[in-house]
Ligand binder design. Structure first.
Ligand code: NAD
Ligand code: TYD
Length: 343
């Protein structure tokens, strides 16, 4: 018999890709997407699956205990996968409070419902940012699951708080949890406040490309579908109580990504504008994915050269998705964030 899986944050970037992945690969399962539809959540993203009989969308805040309990009573989920979060480091620097509410309190509300109604698995989608950063002059170092938590931003601190709480619910109450900590994702439906979609859209509009500082910071990029496959494996075959790092050894400097996007779109590098650096800016993220490879056989399938081309093509062909996003509240965000940011 199929399972009922609650996917929180399924109207966002990775959550929506996960919803599509699950509906395609587990056709007996029922996917219930719970999302508050914050600025980052887009119902239009889910339009292709809205009529699917195995899919249900519920507009709900994960901090709303009564609403969450009611949904559990209605659906009796077997598995809960928690993507719902405030996810942007720059916004967390501007206003940390909502990060603590959604990322920590919201996680506890979901887990309390899991305890009350009983589930097979609660999966927490976390990030490599909980490990802090690595120095640029030590390319031999990587984040393993044993690397100490050492956060830099309100965002990563709130994610780390949630991770610790999830592992505590396992130890204290025996809740069957797993945690995944993934590196930076890229791909379709990525909200244009983040590096790759922001640069693609600005370049398409011949707007300046705002690189923080010198652009030498390194991120370890993974195509979003590879992340979705990893979570699918962990919820089905991962060991309860365990943390799994997810990443594909694909480290790139920000400046090189921006230059690559200019080249792919045939835009001049003179669009690149160096702006004031992010406060507390992490230098390098790099994941050691040995555990998930050895235990679950996971390997990334999409090479960066192919993934970035697919992503650029997607943005070229889906202006109807991103144009409404960048013409509303986003304009005010952009002005606040970049309006007065000369180096
Ligand atoms: P996103 O910002 O694109 O989407 C977040 C979604 O959560 C949105 O649909 C939003 O409406 C929803 N949401 C926010 N607050 C909510 C609340 N209180 N109740 C219900 N729904 C709420 O984020 P994303 O990039 O898709 O990230 C998803 C998860 O993956 C996050 O937990 C993030 O920490 C983690 N993660 C992201 C990356 C990355 O590169 N983007 C990498 C590793 C881990
Ligand atoms: P981002 O996509 O915000 O992800 P994260 O900070 O969670 O890794 O940023 C990726 C990198 O790109 C990070 O080093 C900050 C940098 N960056 C810029 O240089 N300019 C920008 O406009 C943005 C949004 C990010």
């Amino acid at each position: 018999m199929g399972k009922t899986i609650i996917v929180t944050g399924g109207a966002g970037f990775i959550g929506s890709n996960f919803v599509f992945h699950m509906l395609e690969n587990h056709q007996d399962d029922r996917i219930v997407c719970l999302d508050k539809l914050t600025y980052a959540g887009n119902l239009s993203t889910l339009a292709p699956v809205m009529e699917n009989p195995n899919f249900r969308f519920v507009k709900l805040d994960i901090c709303d205990r009564e609403g969450v309990n009611q949904l559990f009573e209605e659906e009796h989920p077997d598995i809960v996968v928690n993507f719902a979060a405030e996810s942007h480091v720059d916004r967390s620097i501007e206003n940390p409070q909502v990060f603590l509410e959604t990322n920590i309190i919201g996680t506890s509300v979901l887990m309390d419902a899991c305890r009350k109604y009983g589930i097979e698995r609660y999966h927490q989608v976390s990030t490599d940012e909980v490990y802090g950063d690595l120095p640029l002059d030590r390319p031999d170092l990587f984040f393993s699951e044993q690397t100490p938590i050492h956060t830099s931003s309100p965002y990563s601190s709130s994610k780390a708080g949630a991770d610790l709480l999830v592992l505590a619910y396992h130890r204290t109450y025996g809740l069957p949890v797993t945690v995944s900590r993934c590196s930076n994702n890229y791909g379709p439906y990525h909200f244009p406040e983040k590096l790759i979609p922001l640069m693609i859209i600005n370049a398409l509009n011949d707007q300046p490309l705002p690189v923080y500082g010198e652009g030498l910071n390194v991120r370890d990029w993974l195509y979003v579908e590879d992340h979705c496959r990893a979570i699918d494996l962990i919820i089905h075959r991962g060991t309860v109580g365990e943390v799994y790092n997810v990443g594909g050894h694909n480290e790139m400097r920000n400046i090189d990504i921006v230059k690559l996007i200019c080249k792919a779109l045939n835009k001049p590098e003179s669009l690149i504008t160096h702006v004031a650096d992010r406060k507390g800016h992490d230098m390098r993220y790099a994941i050691d994915p040995t555990k998930i490879h050895n235990e679950l056989g996971w390997l990334p399938e999409t090479k960066f050269a192919d993934g970035i081309q697919k992503t650029i093509d997607w943005y070229l062909n889906h202006e109807d998705w991103w144009q409404p996003i960048i013409s509303g509240e986003y304009q005010r965000y952009y002005e606040r964030m970049y309006g007065n940011r000369a180096e």
